[in-house]
Design a protein around this ligand. Structure first.
Ligand SMILES: Nc1nc2c(ncn2[C@@H]2O[C@H](COP(=O)(O)OP(=O)(O)OP(=O)(O)O)[C@@H](O)[C@H]2O)c(=O)[nH]1
Ligand SMILES: [Mg+2]
Length: 400
């Protein structure tokens, strides 16, 4: 009964800020996103006008103060704008079974607004997954710093945060690729990742993997994540599953096969049309299993969706835990704010669909290092020197 209710509650995907709105636009064009409720939220009216979403799905935030002109890279304005719209946003998302928020960090609206979204999700008892891109290196250090600050503010309040360095895409692009094209590719990768993530936890699975499984696997540990998506259809020949697998392994945001081999937890899902057979699914997932470490916690999901026709998609999320435990206090050591925890805390409630999440309790959280994936943190006297002065000065971010 409860499960039936969940099936009827939509997964809502919100594109926040300029990049988020473009990602949602890409998503809207993909038939496999038909089951998702899409919303575009920005302070920039031009960005929303250019979005292919129908007008009822676009929300211009804080028109009174921003006058549809965006936040011009000002994070504080972004925070204010989204906070002012809290009531309206609650109305837009209430009743959802899950919120997936997609954005590019580095500007004002999304970087400032994400924490308020996490707060809204918590208040409404809706699990939240954030999928955020980090700026391209060529955008410069200050953008990157803004994005890093955004990540650090979001980590303690998001249920799951997957952040993806846009730079990884360059590993697959030739040097003369125009930036616009690189963005387009990033948008498509993120859009497909969103579909993959939503399908990993969808309800009509052949093999069940739920958000509760994912959160259980992630626990409260800091981790880094890589995401691979590969699709293939019948035009790729009889071996479409293996071709999809190969494409997933080559997928730029995964960061290479070694990310799978290194991972502590890997979540993999395969989605196909109604003709997807259990034994081909099994074979593919077995083949996939060879790429991960034997000790790895492998969470597998497989499901069918009518609109896939002869297409298959394989999505993998490779998670590597940081070896250092989370600090007990919210000290911000190692570059991250620890989530607030209760002393003698009870076992967290894992049944997220319909379960209660208490405000001060962050049961399970994925903390990924994204753009820091390949860097060694500079630790001095137990502190990560990458912690920005912004945070040391204690600027308060509205977390709802
Ligand atoms: N993948 C992708 N990333 C983008 C795109 N446009 C911008 N970005 C990235 O997203 C970051 C934030 O930019 P925007 O989304 O435009 O910023 P915003 O949240 O709208 O903030 P303001 O415009 O300052 O209000 C940039 O630093 C880029 O790294 C895009 O089209 N695709
Ligand atoms: Mg903008």
């Amino acid at each position: 009964m409860e499960q039936q209710q969940e099936i009827n509650r939509p997964i809502t995907v919100i594109g926040l800020g300029g990049a988020g709105v473009k990602i949602i636009g890409r998503l809207a064009a993909l038939p496999h996103a038909a089951h998702l409720k899409l919303l575009a939220v920005d302070t920039d009216s031009g960005v929303l006008e250019r979005s292919p979403l129908e007008s009822g799905r676009k929300f211009l935030a804080d028109e009174k103060w921003r006058q549809g002109k965006g936040c011009g890279g000002n994070v504080l304005e972004g925070q204010r704008s989204i906070s002012r719209e809290r009531g309206n946003i609650e109305d837009l998302v209430s009743g959802s079974s899950l919120l997936l928020i997609a954005c590019g960090l580095g500007g004002g609206t999304a970087t400032g607004g994400v924490a308020a979204f996490a707060g809204i999700a918590k208040k409404l008892n809706i699990p939240s997954i954030f999928i955020a891109t980090m700026p391209f290196s060529l955008e410069g250090r200050s953008k990157r710093r803004i994005a890093e600050n955004g990540v650090k503010e979001l980590l303690p309040v998001a249920d799951v945060l997957l952040y993806l360095p846009n730079d990884l895409l360059f590993t697959r692009l030739s040097g003369d690729t125009p930036v616009e094209k690189a963005f387009e590719m990033a948008d498509m990768e993120v859009a497909r990742t969103i579909i993959g993530v939503s399908e990993i936890i969808s309800h009509n699975n052949l093999l069940p993997a739920s958000l509760a499984d994912i959160k259980e696997a992630l626990k409260k540990q800091k981790s880094s994540a890589g995401i691979g998506v590969g699709t293939a259809d019948s035009s790729d020949g009889l071996n479409r599953n293996h071709i999809a697998l190969q494409r997933m392994l080559d997928s730029p945001l995964l960061g290479g096969i070694e990310k799978l081999q290194d991972a502590d937890t890997v979540i993999v899902s395969l989605t196909g049309g109604k003709d997807l057979k259990i034994d081909e699914t099994k074979k593919t997932l077995e083949a996939f299993g060879k790429f991960v470490h034997p000790e790895c916690n492998l969470i597998v999901g497989a499901n069918t969706a009518e609109n896939y026709g002869e297409q298959v998609q394989i999505t993998a999320i490779a998670i590597k835990f940081d070896t250092q435990p989370l600090p007990a206090e919210n000290t911000g050591t190692n570059g991250f704010n620890a989530p607030e925890t209760k002393k003698n805390e009870e076992k967290p409630k894992l049944d997220l669909f319909g379960a209660e999440l208490e405000q001060a309790e962050l049961p399970l959280q994925n903390i990924s290092r994204g753009i820091f994936l390949n860097t060694t943190p500079v630790i001095h006297q137990g502190e990560d020197l990458d912690v920005p002065t912004f945070q040391r000065k204690g600027i308060i971010i509205d977390k709802g």
